[in-house]
Design a protein around this ligand. Structure first.
Ligand code: HAM
Length: 423
């Protein structure tokens, strides 16, 4: 019987994993400079957390959630995204009582039953951030700046920051009416989902992926023409802060995100290198969600980065630096294997990655293996070395070689082979 991974899910193996680790540790480094702290949240939640926040008429909730009853019959969902869980945790743990703003980052797998294709998976990974308690437009610009700094430090180039404002609950009703009006004579040509959405959430038609609907919405009213005074001024300040911080961006009035919780600022960061699934990161404000989850009125904003898409870009731009052993100890004979094991432990205690040839193969074949692993040094121990107390070493990069006393080996290794310069 041969098993394979489920459709749309994937293993992350070496050497790719080194890119993932680099991204994760740099995220932690950069995000901490802006005051974000890590939180770890469950992968399963009550289904209504997502239906309530993402929205009943969104593609995610209607078609893509992995939802199942648990053994007690409760409806459970594998999280399709992180924001809803962070808001749930923020309210449940009364984090609004702590000084504002509270800023968090998280990473981990998300699950959406989408049609798998390049850049789109059913289990995919995000790194996300969420900031609570500050409505200032400067914060919107600051988190975009953080995203830019992070992506630049990783060496990703050629990104396009698209930004829009989708207003608030005051601007929504007139915009909604204008949409209803615009689509009224096109209703029969819309896809069945959009015909249904027309009645209770016409905004969703603007996010539909069906070719016919994309065509029909050309010339549709733009949300930016319906912003109330406060939303208009917020958006203008965000754009001016972006200019001050020197963040190239493109105002994108048709950018309507696929989740219902957004208010005001929304954005996506795209790369043309990614093909049809271009968005490497996306996010926005959601100033009403904390209140909807039973907390106090609390403005909030965040984004999430798609790890698969980001690591694809990194692989294309610079490849992967794979770590390799510092030392390979080739052994000749049983006694040497035991001695090799002991020496290896002493070297590892000095933070050196050490491998031992345990398989009893010829010296030649062990040295070939050391080469294949790209080890920096090979050490050789046999009966002669054990009786003289000397070990042979060879630098596999420049061919230099010599002998060292087994007793003070650690000192010799750190002063002669791995001095500060070569480490
Ligand atoms: P989202 O746009 O649904 O937003 O996802 C954010 C990013 O996750 C996308 O830009 C993409 O890079 C990646 N992504 C989404 N779906 C898939 C998939 N099926 N396969 C691979 N990558 C995918 C959110 O999830 C919001 N929670 C972001 C946010 C945080 N807004 C406010 N705070």
């Amino acid at each position: 019987m041969k098993y394979s991974a489920l459709k749309g899910v994937h293993d992350i193996l070496p050497p790719d994993i080194y890119l993932w680790q680099k991204v994760e540790s740099l995220a932690q480094e950069v995000f901490s400079l802006y005051g974000f702290q890590e939180i770890r949240l469950p992968i399963i939640e009550s289904t209504d957390i997502f239906t309530r926040s993402i929205g009943e008429t969104t593609d995610i909730v209607e078609k893509e959630m992995y939802t199942f009853p648990d053994r007690a019959g409760r409806s459970i969902t594998l999280r399709p995204e992180g924001t809803a869980s962070v808001v749930r945790a923020y309210v449940e743990n009364h984090l609004y009582n702590l000084p504002s703003p509270q800023k968090f980052f998280y990473s981990g797998p998300m699950f959406r039953y989408e049609r798998p294709q390049k850049g789109r998976f059913r289990q995919f990974y995000q790194i996300g951030i969420e900031a609570f308690g500050l409505a200032a437009p400067e914060l919107d610009a600051e988190i975009l700046s953080m995203l830019k700094v992070f992506l630049e430090r990783l060496g990703v180039r050629g990104l396009n920051f698209k930004i829009n404002s989708i207003g608030c609950e005051d601007c929504r009703p007139p915009f909604r009416m204008a949409l209803v009006d615009f689509f009224s004579d096109k209703l029969n040509d819309l896809c069945p989902d959009c015909q249904r959405r027309y009645g209770y959430n016409p905004l969703r038609i603007l996010d539909c992926k069906v070719e016919r609907c994309i065509e029909l919405r050309k010339g549709a009213p733009r949300v930016t023409d319906f912003l109330c005074e406060e939303c208009r001024s917020h958006f203008a300040s965000v754009l001016s802060s972006l200019r001050i911080l020197d963040i190239p961006h493109e105002a994108s009035p048709t950018l309507i995100r696929g989740l219902d919780y957004y208010t005001r600022t929304t954005f996506e960061v795209e790369s043309e290198q990614l093909g049809s699934q271009k968005a490497v990161a996306a996010g926005g404000r959601y100033d009403r969600l904390v209140e909807e989850f039973g907390g106090p009125k609390t403005p909030a904003i965040g984004f999430a980065i798609g790890m698969e898409r980001l690591t694809t870009l990194l692989k294309e731009s610079g490849g992967i630096l794979t770590p390799s052993p510092d030392i390979f100890i080739a052994t000749i004979g049983k006694g040497a294997i035991t001695e090799g094991a002991l020496i290896a432990e002493r070297l590892r205690a000095k933070d050196l990655w050490t491998e031992v040839g345990y398989d009893g193969s010829s010296l030649k074949s062990q040295l070939r293996k050391a080469d294949r692993l790209a080890s920096r040094f090979a050490f050789i121990i046999g009966d002669d070395e054990i009786s003289t107390g000397k070990i042979k070493w060879k630098n596999l990069r420049d061919g230099s070689h010599g002998e060292a006393d087994m007793s003070g080996l650690e000192d010799f290794v750190s002063s002669h082979l791995f001095d500060a310069k070569t480490r």
